[in-house]
Ligand binder design. Structure first.
Ligand code: ADP
Length: 160
């Protein structure tokens, strides 16, 4: 069975991420979307909220599972009996960061392969941080995130 892990902060999940999940899920028997607990980052949404939003947004993709983890990614990937990490790539800025991470991962654990999927043109400019910024100032994010995510972001800002 081919199992792949797609790790990320997903704070929150966007249509750009979902596009990658949909395309990657067709290439593997199981795609595990894993929310990473990064102690260095102050997320807008709690781990539970991010997992919940992902579950709702991936319900239509049958061979996808949502999970969360902390600690080393390579340990997590092996615990899932997977050997493949899927990451999405947007512009050059993503490349530099992803290139370093993939090489580091290869050094730590040569058995694990990182594969990259190029963004679809309509999502090349979509990022979680951009969405939050846009929503904060009243911009329309309805075409960039699922409805359930849009609702939660608007609620979060109204509570702040
Ligand atoms: P990070 O894991 O660096 O905190 P994210 O959680 O935002 O970043 O994203 C997880 C993965 O999805 C990363 O590989 C990122 O490059 C990719 N990604 C984010 N937005 C898009 C997009 N619009 N199109 C394609 N890939 C994307």
């Amino acid at each position: 069975m081919r199992i792949a892990v797609c790790p990320g902060s997903f704070d929150p999940v966007t249509n750009g991420h979902i596009d990658i999940f949909e395309r990657a899920s067709g290439m593997f028997d199981l795609l595990i979307v894993a929310v990473f607990h990064n102690p260095g980052k102050k997320p807008m949404f709690s781990m539970d909220e991010r997992v919940e939003m992902l579950k709702c947004a991936t319900r239509h993709i049958p061979n996808t599972r949502v999970d969360s983890f902390s600690g080393l990614l390579n340990d997590y990937v092996k615990r899932q009996n997977a050997r493949i990490i899927v990451r999405g790539l947007r512009a050059l800025t993503d490349f530099e960061y992803e290139f370093q991470r993939a090489l580091l991962m290869k050094k730590v654990d040569p058995e694990i392969e990182t594969v990259f999927m190029m963004t679809s043109t309509e999502y090349s400019f979509v990022s979680s941080s951009g969405i939050k910024e846009l929503a904060q100032f009243g911009g329309d994010i309805s075409l960039l995130v699922p409805k359930s995510v849009e609702k939660r972001i608007l609620k979060k800002f109204s509570e702040m």
